[in-house]
Design a protein around this ligand. Structure first.
Ligand code: AMP
Ligand code: MG
Length: 351
């Protein structure tokens, strides 16, 4: 049954506090509010209430064994959620990266509802770097659980129009604001054991984490880029970010990628619409296809930021198949390729 969703426009440079107060009241009354953050738009509810949190899973169609990230606006607000006081490593990470796109996984206290952490003995927490998100949490005066505000399995929303497409009629309120600045989700870093493990690459790069923790102080989860049945981060096992058309990643030297994709375009003249996801450096190569560039290969941070909107654009055009160039997997390219591989269901051809 469709709900009545109130859509409220807010300007992050000049926040209308009265409007935001209405959103805070909804959170306090155990309702759902879509809020802008610097990573992607989030679907928020009171993180201390099972009733409220269940509404998030329902609105997204999210499997209940995929835990949520809890958003806080202060260190005091998270203390109740933790089993142990912050150690030196956590304090250094928080000092370096909060507020910002780094989620930390801690051993949790009994105050965390089991739905939030999907019955794990840990909880994932971050402090968003966005004035509207921070102010909303402060006004609501409770931590806010918020996964990405897309229908489960679809690309994460980085623009208000994406959220309205996916969530109108499924939540109590949508806060419509600017495009998400980072445009890709947070890095999830498990610090519940001695070696810090990146469970999901994101807005803070591995290289940045190594600067704080040392080269040996942080590792990538072995299963990060695999389809696996028992991943450490349950969210990793589900199809994610998938556009409507099948997506194939083409990996190899630039010239070979171009030859491969051009061959496919030539063969397909009558057999349907081909989409090509590429870079500014190669976009003039693919005549006869629907070509969308994610930007320059020298600015994969911007590429990562553009990816979800580009995937949704292919849906809007209605292509039959998408070929995507593979990008370098360092710095923000690591998060970009992680999302692209998931969007492709790990469908990759090496040329
Ligand atoms: P989303 O909010 O949709 O960006 O997804 C949140 C991500 O954080 C998912 O990949 C979850 O599996 C991961 N996550 C949340 N809580 C935990 C936790 N306690 N341990 C490990 N991963 C977590
Ligand atoms: Mg998500």
């Amino acid at each position: 049954m469709a709900m009545n969703t109130e859509i409220v426009e807010l300007n992050e440079q000049n926040i209308d506090i009265e409007k935001l107060m209405r959103a805070a009241k909804i959170i306090q009354n155990l309702g759902t509010v879509v809020l802008p953050t610097e990573t992607v738009y989030g679907l928020g509810a009171n993180a201390l209430s099972s009733t409220a949190v269940n509404k998030i899973f329902f609105a997204k169609g999210r499997p209940s064994d995929n835990p949520l990230i809890v958003h806080v606006c202060s260190i005091e607000m998270m203390e109740d959620l933790l089993k142990e006081p912050l150690d030196l490593r956590a304090k250094r990470l928080i000092k370096a990266f909060w507020p910002g796109p780094l989620t930390l996984v801690f051993k949790r206290s009994d105050k965390v509802p089991l739905e939030v952490c999907a019955h794990l003995d840990t909880v994932a927490i971050r402090m968003p770097d966005h004035p509207i998100a921070l102010k909303l949490i402060e006004l609501a005066n409770v931590p806010i659980a918020a996964p990405s505000a897309n229908v489960s399995g679809k690309p994460s929303p980085t623009m208000a129009e994406h959220v309205i497409q996916d969530m109108n009629g499924r939540v109590d309120m949508i806060i419509s604001a600017d495009r998400s600045r980072i445009g890709v989700e947070s890095t999830v870093l498990d610090i519940s054991s001695p070696v810090a493990v990146v469970l999901r690459p994101g807005g803070v790069t591995l290289e940045q984490l190594q600067e704080v923790l040392g080269k040996d102080g942080v590792i990538l989860d072995k299963m990060m880029d695999d389809v696996v049945d028992k991943p450490r981060s349950p969210g990793m096992k589900y199809t994610h970010y998938a556009p409507n058309a099948p997506l194939l990643i083409v990996r190899g030297e630039r010239e070979k990628i171009i030859d491969y994709v051009k061959g496919k375009i030539e063969k397909s003249v009558s057999s349907g619409l081909i989409g090509v996801l590429c870079s500014d450096e190669t976009k003039s190569e693919y005549q006869g296809a629907h070509v969308i560039s994610i930007g320059s290969v020298h600015r994969l941070d911007q590429g990562a930021s553009n990816l979800f909107a580009v995937l949704r654009e292919f849906d809007r055009i209605g292509v039959d198949v998408i070929f995507a160039e593979a990008f370098a997997e360092d710095e923000m390219g690591l998060a970009l390729m992680n999302r692209l591989k998931k969007a492709a269901g790990f469908n990759i051809v090496d040329v």
